[in-house]
Unconditional design. Structure first.
Length: 425
């Protein structure tokens, strides 16, 4: 079928709240390239929103999924378990930098589901109910994770009252006038105005905000956050759904700080396109809830587990962490030239290959979301899939697969540059 034919079906049968505004349809993909239903080639700088750090259809992942498909496709892990589930749980417990060496894992399906379960586990382990998150955060689209998410539009606007006992503190963002110490003071104020520390089960933070704009929390802030949690018996949950699995040059972004959380959530590039997420934490914490209190019908599907094991093997054996660092440096260099050339480009930043820059009004320095959307649209006209994000919707984020060839990355960056030149040059 053609793009036009498929788009007509989408308009008739797919709920508008779930439908993409893009009128083209992926037909096949390889590494960092997609071909649509009409045969047009696209360069992919979105990576399925951070899902494809190893690219589309990484050969090792495809082979692992096919091999597992010939053995077991589904039993439900709580009905009859299977080797890939426990093997992956072992590897994740070996690799995840939580505080205790004794760790356990829970496998589920999505990032939101991982965060939901992390909160359930924290409440069971502490006997408390309060959860504190941060402005600009994104934790998912289920009701609990919507309550945790620190941005209204478009996620929360239409859906009425959110679950209770979720509170919000300022995320440290010097660019927007919030220093580390001011953010810490704001968090302590939450204990005075919204929920007492002794009723707080967990503080949940993205070490690098994803949807919020690729802002990084400093080592100092994370250390102070760890100390505050320890002082009050609060569990520290780190959300690595978008920042994990090599995007920042470490397996997990929190490793850059040396701070050890109690629980880590992960998803997206964990299985390179297969639906899978995980919660990994200190063993005593993870065991706090009763039998059959966690899990789900499809949680830890055998095919997805096989994919994740292949992902871990590829990251370890194919120099992916170093590739992330090299890609990050290349992106930073290009961003720097744009900041020098274009008055509308500002605030370039990166941690490994988790890289972004912003569009601002050259005269006032205020965020320019209209230009941001125009550049993304112009890039699509030129055959590049590009994503925006940010609290003010003025950030361009780069999530090109870490396995992309350097020449392809440069081709994509050339498209971005030409779009900026046409619209803001």
């Amino acid at each position: 079928m053609t793009n036009a034919e498929l788009n007509a079906l989408k308009e008739q049968y797919v709920a508008s709240g779930a439908a993409s505004p893009t009128p083209v349809f992926a037909d096949r993909a390889e590494n960092a390239e997609i071909w649509d239903a009409d045969g047009r080639r696209w360069i992919d700088f979105a990576g399925g929103i951070g899902v494809l750090n190893l690219g589309h259809r990484h050969p090792r992942v495809v082979e692992a999924v096919k091999a597992q498909l010939d053995r077991v496709m589904h039993t439900c892990a709580t009905v009859m378990p299977y080797a890939p589930y426990v093997q992956l749980a072992q590897r994740l417990c070996e690799l995840t930098p939580t505080r205790d060496a004794a760790r356990k894992a829970l496998l589920v399906n999505t990032g939101a589901e991982a965060l939901e379960n992390a909160v359930k586990i924290a409440r069971a382990a502490t006997g408390r109910s309060g959860v504190i998150c941060f402005d600009g955060s994104f934790h998912g689209r289920t009701f609990m994770t919507l309550a945790m998410t620190g941005k209204v539009m478009p996620y929360k606007n239409d859906f009425g009252p959110m679950p209770g006992d979720v509170y919000r503190a300022p995320y440290p963002n010097p660019l927007h006038g919030i220093s580390d110490d001011e953010a810490l003071a704001g968090l302590k104020k939450v204990f005075k105005t919204d929920i007492a520390a002794h009723r707080t089960a967990a503080i949940v933070i993205e070490p690098v905000q994803g949807e919020g704009g690729f802002y990084s929390a400093s080592t100092y802030f994370l250390e102070q956050l760890r100390a505050l949690c320890d002082e009050h018996g609060i569990l520290l949950i780190v959300d690595e759904v978008q920042s994990g699995f090599a995007r920042t040059g470490k397996l997990f972004a929190i490793e850059h700080s040396g701070v050890a959380p109690d629980i880590v959530t992960m998803a997206k590039s964990l299985a390179d396109g297969m639906p899978l997420s995980a919660v990994v934490g200190n063993a005593a914490v993870m065991d706090a809830s009763g039998p059959n209190s966690l899990g789900g019908t499809y949680s830890g599907n055998p095919l997805a587990c096989a994919a994740a094991l292949a992902v871990i093997g590829a990251i370890e054996e194919e120099d992916i962490l170093a590739r992330s660092e090299r890609l990050g440096r290349a992106l930073a260099e290009r961003f720097s030239t744009w900041e020098s050339r274009f008055g509308a480009v500002a605030h370039a930043r990166h941690l490994g290959a988790m890289a972004a820059f912003e569009f601002v009004d050259p005269a006032s320095g205020e965020p320019d979301p209209a230009l941001t959307q125009a550049v993304c649209a112009k890039a699509r006209e030129k055959g590049l899939i590009l994503l925006s994000c940010g609290f003010y919707a003025n950030t361009i984020r780069i999530l090109v697969p870490l396995t992309a060839e350097g020449s392809l990355v440069e081709e994509g960056l050339d498209i971005v540059e030409s779009a900026i030149a046409e619209l803001a040059g």
